[in-house]
Design a protein around this ligand. Structure first.
Ligand code: CA
Length: 241
């Protein structure tokens, strides 16, 4: 069997980190490309394209977050941030730009490889689930969510959603009128190994509400069911307006 392994794009300017990591990844059967700048990263991304990206945030010609934002315009490729700073703020910024996971420097290669495998598994499972669901838009009043195009509209206005926000909205809306538990949302949108789970979900619900123009105290769309989860308004306006 000489199947080529998953292609990993390592975006990292410190050779002391990228070189041993690239060597180890290659030994583990991954195909590795290293980019040391924002410009290189974007060029390699469009010519490869990779199956997963390891992304450093501080790059000599710019910010890794801009790389992620640019890539997210056209691609849902898994991104793992390599961050020197383990603060909650950074993690949330990472989630906002659509990163799938992060590792804090200094990290062991074994840890990174374990994360890569977990994220690749997750994205594979996600793709299979999407294939099953394809083509069935969910419509709740003036809200329309189309999983086949990954676009959502409120009236004529397209909602500018991150991948996670989209998945979350889709999960809630296709169960409109019913409570979806926090656990179910975490499993379906992230997975059980996701870091900082509770906080992550609340942060995303907050962003989603803002984008829907919703008010947590008088919800038109997303109602919090304390201690259980969230209920998306049914088509009859059952969550008030
Ligand atoms: Ca750096």
């Amino acid at each position: 069997m000489s199947i080529t392994g998953p292609r990993i794009l390592v975006v990292e300017d410190e050779r002391a980190i990228s070189e041993p990591l690239a060597k180890l990844l290659a030994r583990d059967g991954f195909e590795v490309t290293v980019a040391a700048t924002v410009a290189d990263a974007l060029a390699e991304f469009s010519s490869l394209p990779p199956d997963l990206i390891l992304l450093d945030l501080n790059l000599p010609d710019g910010d890794g977050r801009d790389v992620a934002r640019e890539i997210r315009r056209s691609s849902g490729v898994p991104i793992i941030m390599l961050t020197a700073r383990g603060t909650e703020t950074d993690r949330i910024v990472g989630l906002e730009i659509g990163a799938d996971d992060y590792v804090v420097k200094p990290f062991s290669s074994a840890e990174v490889i374990a994360r890569i495998r977990a994220v690749l598994r997750r994205s594979e499972a996600h793709r299979e689930r999407e294939d099953e669901d394809l083509g069935e838009p969910v419509v709740v009043d003036e809200l329309r969510i189309d999983p086949s195009t990954h676009r959502a509209f409120l009236g004529k206005q397209e909602l500018d959603l991150s991948l996670k926000e989209f998945d979350l909205l889709y999960e809630l809306a296709r169960n409109a009128g019913n409570v979806v538990s926090r656990d179910d949302l975490m499993t379906r949108v992230w997975d059980e190994n996701w870091f900082g789970s509770t906080k992550t979900l609340d942060v995303h619900i907050g962003w989603l509400r803002r984008k829907l123009g919703d008010d947590a105290n008088e919800p038109r769309w997303i109602e919090t069911v304390r201690g259980v989860g969230f209920r998306f308004a049914g088509g009859d306006g059952s969550a008030e307006s």
